[in-house]
Design a protein around this ligand. Structure first.
Ligand SMILES: Cc1cc2nc3c(=O)[nH]c(=O)nc-3n(C[C@H](O)[C@H](O)[C@H](O)COP(=O)(O)OP(=O)(O)OC[C@H]3O[C@@H](n4cnc5c(N)ncnc54)[C@H](O)[C@@H]3O)c2cc1C
Length: 716
């Protein structure tokens, strides 16, 4: 900090001195014209001294971002001629520009990075990849002010050597024009005469050249990746989609809607995880569990509470009925009707354009496609826990076949799936122990949100064991035990009848040709794509749980739109996938829903924020429903009503959040929310009340004092 202050003071003193001495006033076109003769005579008398002085002054003017570089450049030509003048100007301007960039970096980068860390990360990644091209384009076009480029590039992580050579080469064309104009000083009336419209347009075109070159290079690199693979002369289909889950179904739907020929291949069940083993069954289970809990709490409503008689088989049968009711939406028949060629079988990539499909009937087909969308999803991650294989453990894949209710269920994992299922099973009458190695449930959420879930689950009887690291599974005297270390580091044992593993989901990467094509990431994590959802092969796209980072149905659909549109129309226009306004919810009671930043992330990213809280315990409708708990927490920048993020905890939080998602997506702030009529009495009034709390905290106190005086005066 001290060094920065010292440099800042030194720079300020230098600029003040230059100003005071009136040197900048002397740097005018008329002065140059008037004194050209004297300057040339001086140069003839002392060529080296004059060249050295000129060089230093030029560097000083540009390094301090002072006005006058144009006159200095013209002077270079007027005094030294084209050759020597060009040499001096070219090196002095590059040195000055690099110094200005370094000063900006030293003084400002840390501060900017701290405030806008996410944006800066993206910018740095872009600069690392394409920075030289963009800088070159900017340098070629004199319309972009020289000093602005220096200051702005200082904020990035561009390499000094890259900055130097790109600036030197990029500014050369403009420098030639100005230095040459300086040699013809008598013929021009001012700096404005140097660049004609034609010349400006030529420079702009020249500026486009590196970007064009970049595009050509990209297309060359893409072709290179496909080298060695025989491209079919023609294709059977425009798009082939592997996997008919949330991502694949949307991809096929969109392709058919825009009249592309599309083939969809599903090896297991149409609808994928969401319909068969994920969102749908879990929400159906949660509904039965909620009713059971409501029966226990009936006295809150003036009815007799009673312990529900759980018919577990019926609960599980109802889940299958719900799946069957939704199934037609995702069926082969529906998609065939939409114009999709739906195939039930296992797909395997054999080349970037060719897929081998082993149909359920046993027939094997080879299908060529111009583009492919991989939407093969993820599966439960099963940790390498000694002894786990000795017990018939459950995952979200096989849980739905369970017909006998476990008396003691041990749930491993404190994420959304673990929490939803723990609470549901406890409510349905199992004694649930939930083991989580972290210090809170729902680790992505703020502590207050996670604590609200923890407290409710504990109150309902779930034995939540935080900071417990699972070590192994043992079977002792026909008793299943999970051995874990507790926060004190001691070994503890938890007995269970069934164990549900819910510690995350891993992308499906193996067994269908990704390895052979070299597409499996070295990290072993999610499949790598660029922002357009393109894999290493430019015609193979991917979406959904396979790609992440959000393993959610609506994230898969959002990505599927991008992957499909880019696959079909990317040669005309591509769309980057953006997750800024992606919401999600955990369907525990209370529900926890979020969009945008929470406090944890704002702190990590060093973003300044204010918190506005509204407690749902105060809301009329929630009180009428005897469900007055939870809160709305809104993050805004200090003093502004822009919404940075919202965490909603309480009944129907996932539904209530929609208003905030819309507001954020369309740039509506807290004032607009407050000015919107909400139906009384509904839970949505919680959103308006949060906006009201924000307004109260930002009331214009001074104006209100005056208003008070005004009303007092009106009383007379
Ligand atoms: C218990 C649970 C609860 C959940 N709750 C929610 C929720 O409430 N809200 C939410 O948004 N998300 C929820 N999710 C997540 C959601 O289910 C997934 O994000 C979503 O299903 C991902 O869709 P996808 O298309 O990427 O993959 P999937 O739905 O898994 O589909 C992939 C499909 O590809 C097929 N396939 C794989 N390989 C091949 C091959 N070689 N050939 C042919 N077919 C192949 C698979 O059989 C599968 O059908 C939940 C998940 C679980 C497990």
């Amino acid at each position: 900090m001290l060094k920065k202050l010292l440099l800042l003071s030194l720079l300020a003193a230098l600029i003040a001195l230059v100003w005071q001495l009136g040197w900048l006033d002397a740097l005018t076109f008329d002065n140059l014209k008037r004194q050209q003769g004297e300057l040339v005579a001086f140069r003839d008398a002392q060529p080296l001294l004059v060249s050295g002085l000129y060089f230093l002054v030029y560097v000083g003017v540009t390094a301090l971002s002072l006005p006058g570089a144009t006159i200095m450049t013209l002077a270079g030509g007027a005094v030294f001629g084209l050759g020597w003048g060009l040499l001096l100007v070219s090196f002095a301007s590059t040195l000055g520009a690099t110094l200005a960039m370094l000063v900006s970096r030293f003084l400002l980068r840390g501060w900017v990075k701290q405030r806008f860390s996410k944006t800066m990360q993206k910018l740095d990644a872009g600069i690392e990849k394409e920075g030289a091209f963009y800088l070159f384009a900017l340098r070629l076009v004199p319309a972009f002010p020289f000093f602005v480029i220096n200051l702005a590039m200082g904020l990035t992580r561009i390499k000094v050597s890259t900055y130097w050579w790109v600036s030197q080469v990029g500014m050369l064309a403009g420098t030639v024009v100005y230095v040459n104009a300086g040699t013809q000083l008598a013929q021009i009336a001012g700096p404005g005469d140097v660049l004609s419209l034609e010349l400006l347009v030529s420079f702009a075109l020249l500026g486009l050249f590196p970007l064009l070159a970049r595009k050509l290079l990209n297309s060359y690199q893409n072709r290179k990746k496909l080298q060695g693979w025989k491209r079919p002369k023609s294709f059977d289909t425009n798009l082939l989609v592997i996997g008919a889950g949330s991502g694949g179904l949307v991809a096929a739907y969109i392709a058919a809607a825009v009249k592309a020929r599309v083939t969809l291949v599903e090896k297991h069940q149409m609808g994928g995880d969401c319909l068969n083993t994920g969102c749908v069954p879990s929400k159906a289970l949660i509904r039965s569990a909620r009713l059971a809990q409501e029966m226990r709490e009936a006295e809150n409503y003036g009815l007799k509470s009673r312990e529900p008689e759980i018919d577990f088989q019926q609960v599980m049968a109802r889940i299958q009925q719900v799946i069957q009711q939704i199934e037609p939406h995702d069926s082969v028949e529906r998609y065939t009707g939409l114009g999709v060629e739906a195939k039930e079988g296992c797909a395997r990539l054999v080349s970037p354009w060719e897929v081998e499909v082993t149909l359920n009937s046993g027939e094997v087909q080879r299908i060529t496609s111009r583009s492919i969308v991989l939407a093969t999803g993820a599966e439960p991650f099963v940790p390498d826990l000694p002894g786990l294989g000795d017990v018939d453990y459950l995952t979200s894949d096989n849980l739905w076949q369970l017909r006998e209710q476990p008396e003691r269920l041990l749930v491993l994992g404190g994420g959304p799936i673990g929490c939803e299922l723990s609470q549901a099973f406890q409510r349905l009458g199992s004694q649930v122990t939930q083991v989580e190695r972290g210090s809170q449930l729902l680790p992505r959420e703020d502590r207050d949100a996670s604590d609200a879930v923890l407290n409710k689950m504990q109150a309902e009887g779930v034995a939540v064991k935080l900071e417990h690291q699972a070590l192994r599974v043992e079977v002792r005297d026909r008793e299943n035990l999970l051995i874990a270390t507790n926060p004190e580091g001691e070994e503890v044992a938890f007995a269970f009848d069934r164990l549900l593993v819910a510690v995350g989901r891993k992308p499906r990467l193996k067994g269908y040709g990704l390895e052979e094509l070299g597409l499996v990431p070295e990290t072993g994590k999610t499949l790598e794509t660029n922002a357009y959802l393109q894999t290493l092969f430019p015609n193979i796209y991917a979406c959904g749980d396979l790609v992440g980072p959000y393993q959610l149905t609506h994230a898969a659909s959002h990505q599927a739109w991008h992957a499909t549109v880019n696959a079909l129309f990317g040669h005309l226009k591509s769309f980057k996938v953006d997750y800024t306004f992606l919401p999600w919810a955990t369907f525990t009671d209370p529900e926890v829903a979020r969009v945008g930043l929470n406090e944890k992330e704002a702190k990590e990213q060093k973003i300044d924020y204010e918190v506005t809280l509204y407690g749902i315990d105060d809301l009329d409708r929630a009180l009428a429903d005897s469900q007055a708990y939870g809160f709305v927490k809104v993050l805004t920048p200090p003093g502004k009503d822009k919404i940075l993020g919202v965490t909603l905890v309480g009944p129907h939080a996932g539904d209530l959040l929609a208003e905030f998602v819309l507001a954020m997506k369309h740039g509506l702030g807290m004032n607009k929310l407050l000015g919107t009529i909400h139906i009384y009495p509904t839970l949505t009034e919680a959103n308006k009340s949060a906006a009201g709390n924000w307004k109260k905290a930002h009331a214009p106190e001074g104006v209100l004092r005056w208003l008070k005086k005004y009303h007092e005066w009106r009383l007379n």
